[in-house]
Design a protein around this ligand. Sequence first.
Ligand code: SF4
Ligand code: SF4
Length: 432
Amino acid sequence: MTDKINVQLTVELAHQCVKCSACRSVCPTYSVVKEERSSPRGRLALAEAVVDGIMPLTEDIAKQWNECAMCRRCEWICPNEVEYKEIMFRARHEVKEKLGKKDFVKDAVYNGLAMMGNTITKTAMKFAPTLMNMYGKIFRKDVPEYNAVFLNTGIPKFTKLMPKPTAKPFALRGKISKPKKGSKGRLLFFTGCMIDAFYGKTGENVIKLMNEAGYEVIVPENIRCCGAPQLYGGEVELFEKLMKHNKEELSKYDFDAVVVACPTCGGALKEEYGYPVKDFAEILEEQGFFTFRGKGEKVYFHFPCHSYTAMKTDPDVYRTVLKNVDNAKYVEGENAMMCCGFAGYFSVANYEVATELQKNKINDIEKTEAEYVLSDCPGCVFNLADGMYKHGEYKKVKVQHLADYLAERLTDEPVENKEEKEKEQEEITSVY
Ligand code: SF4
Ligand code: SF4
């Protein structure tokens, strides 16, 4: 696998779609906009028309492509194995090259992420927890458990319930953590930007769970953003730089597999970088490591799109892990697998569609009457907490990363009657 990404939107790629429309039923943007232009098939038809020279590349076409969340649910369901991601990032790259229109917010997001972990951001992030916590204490006493709300301008578009910045950003870097007894192998934990900046505790909990499962964990000192947001956005050169940097850094370590708690990072590390990658939940499930005791709670799990589309983690992994938490009930929402509407820059650029998706997700959660909402993606956790605050009864529901929920329920006592418990919950169903 070379570090050079092919950006050519070829005729072969553009002609892969046979227009059967099977993908429309799973596309989040189509579910809201309900027009062909917002469906995977519509976006692919435009790519085909541009490549064939039937239509010139215009701002209007670029807009249709940019309204895609890049969740890749269409690719996942497509019976013809259309390589949607390959087509769309190349199409977006072509927009950048040929139309060259500047989007300052998008550039700031992608470049800001690319800088995460360098000396400047590491220094700046040292002050972020104090500043943001001060802001929260003064202006947003109504949400003390989050404490910091970003840009409460009164304009809903710019109000976002933010997690507290982690007390010690990037503190996991360079850590080596060993299991109490022996070692089944060595995992390299690729933390990802949100864990480094906001969810440090989640990172600690992933390490704790992996140590308990018998693995040694190392966190590289000098990794940067995985580059997936930039690649999906068509910023291919930026992605290549990040991949080159990260590969050089990872080559300094010996490890058996990369472990992640963010499926967007995991997908890129698997598909583009070419590493063996496991989600921490997959490792728990493989080990049959079910010594978790709940507190009698009802639990909803939101399946992050990239977990099954990019990482290709079997959704049953999560079901199995959660069904086996003793003294807790896993309830699956009808739309538990539908996109929550975050998708990084998508939720900024397509605020109305993203908000509808967020509302639908909160509605699905509330129907189940769950007290805990879990996910295995820091971005989804962030968006679900914001969604509960804006559209739901957020004081009644705790939103957490799966790693935090499980680590808090670790128990030394063996959990009995595993099979019985799993059988008890067999009626759980969901649709795509
Ligand atoms: S992308 Fe796949 S599922 Fe969608 S219309 Fe084309 S061939 Fe059918
Ligand atoms: S990637 Fe997601 S949002 Fe984009 S067309 Fe496919 S299903 Fe729809």
